[in-house]
Design a protein around this ligand. Structure first.
Ligand SMILES: C[S@@+](CC[C@H](N)C(=O)[O-])C[C@H]1O[C@@H](n2cnc3c(N)ncnc32)[C@H](O)[C@@H]1O
Length: 305
């Protein structure tokens, strides 16, 4: 009997030691969540589920927001540094809820709004047709990985992604395509969720598992902040900031809308809170395509002031 217990103990200890060695020697990528999403699957997902999102989220399909969502959109205007008269590209525009709000606040603005979903493009066009902003907003059903073939090069002041970037299965391609359509001095703005990083390896494995559940429920591929910043910097963008969205706690919508959505439609529902670890962080990123010649004048950041 005793030898059975000893053997079990030895086997379990060996498994534990091997697992620890493996996780310590694993390179970053091996610990990262894996997802098989594609633009085509995302399109089908939103074609089938947009009505559900609208019922719970309203026309602004974003999880991180304020209770009065207009407050959050005004915050976006400020932080993405939109000013009246600019030419914007809304990459992943939903049903054009944010674009309509921005046009109302900045009446001389021009927005090209792009969504992968046929259903959303149709709804967005219907909403715009009965608004006062027909001249401001043009909707395209298309894939934001291909903005460089959909839109004129060097033409946009801002290209922005409001909780849409994480659907991409090729973030390098998106960031490089955006570069082509931005004017020199134009900026990419991304607000999204990113995989949390912790020092405890077991906790990280748990975080990765939960991220993977979110990825498959929402056809997402939650981004790794370090990877995204590296792509942005390698391309030659000037990184203006990466920061958490800052809203007053009293005005913050405590992600209850997202929970309601999960419970109501059984999409991404959290079955047990027992070993739940909050798996993501929200960040905003603002980066600029420089006005100067990258090869000759690498240091001229001050020119952007
Ligand atoms: C969570 S919704 C956010 C919608 C909108 N930004 C808002 O705030 O209401 C994600 C959006 O990203 C769009 N999207 C995802 N992948 C895309 C792609 N490859 N090309 C264009 N749009 C995409 C979806 O169609 C959807 O409109």
């Amino acid at each position: 009997m005793e030898w059975i217990l000893v053997s079990v103990f030895v086997i379990l200890s060996s498994v534990l030691i091997i697992a620890i060695i493996f996780s310590r020697t694993s390179k970053g990528n091996e610990l990262k969540p894996f997802s098989t999403t594609t633009p085509d699957l995302v399109r089908k997902y939103y074609d089938e589920n947009t009505d559900k999102f609208l019922k719970v989220y309203g026309e602004i399909i974003q999880a991180f927001r304020t209770k009065d969502v207009d407050e959050y959109l005004n915050y976006t205007i400020k932080n993405a540094r939109f000013t009246d008269g600019m030419k914007l590209l809304d990459a992943g525009c939903g049903v054009a809820g944010p674009a309509l709000f921005f046009a109302k606040q900045l009446p001389k603005i021009s927005i090209d709004a792009c969504t992968i979903s046929t259903t959303q493009a149709k709804m967005a066009n219907e909403k715009i047709a009965v608004s006062n902003f027909k001249k401001n907003i043009t909707v395209t059903q298309g894939d934001y990985h291909l903005v460089d073939s959909l839109y004129e090069h060097n033409s946009f002041d801002r290209v922005y992604f409001l909780e849409s970037f994480g659907h991409s299965n090729n973030k390098k391609k998106v960031i490089e395509a955006v570069w082509e359509v931005l004017k020199p001095g134009g900026m990419i703005y991304i607000k999204d969720l990113f995989r949390r990083e912790v020092s405890d390896e077991w906790e990280q494995v748990r975080i990765n598992t939960i991220c993977e559940q979110i990825n498959s429920a929402y056809h997402y591929q939650i981004a790794d902040l370090n990877d995204v910043l590296s792509i942005i910097r390698k391309k030659g963008y000037i990184l203006h900031f990466v920061k958490i969205p800052e809203v007053k706690l009293s005005g913050f919508e405590q992600l209850t809308i997202s929970n309601d959505f999960q419970n109501l439609f059984n999409i991404g529902k959290i079955e047990s809170w027992d070993d739940y670890i909050f798996p993501i962080d929200f960040f905003e990123i603002l980066a600029e395509k420089p006005m100067y010649n990258l090869e000759k004048e690498k240091h001229l950041y001050f020119m952007n002031k």
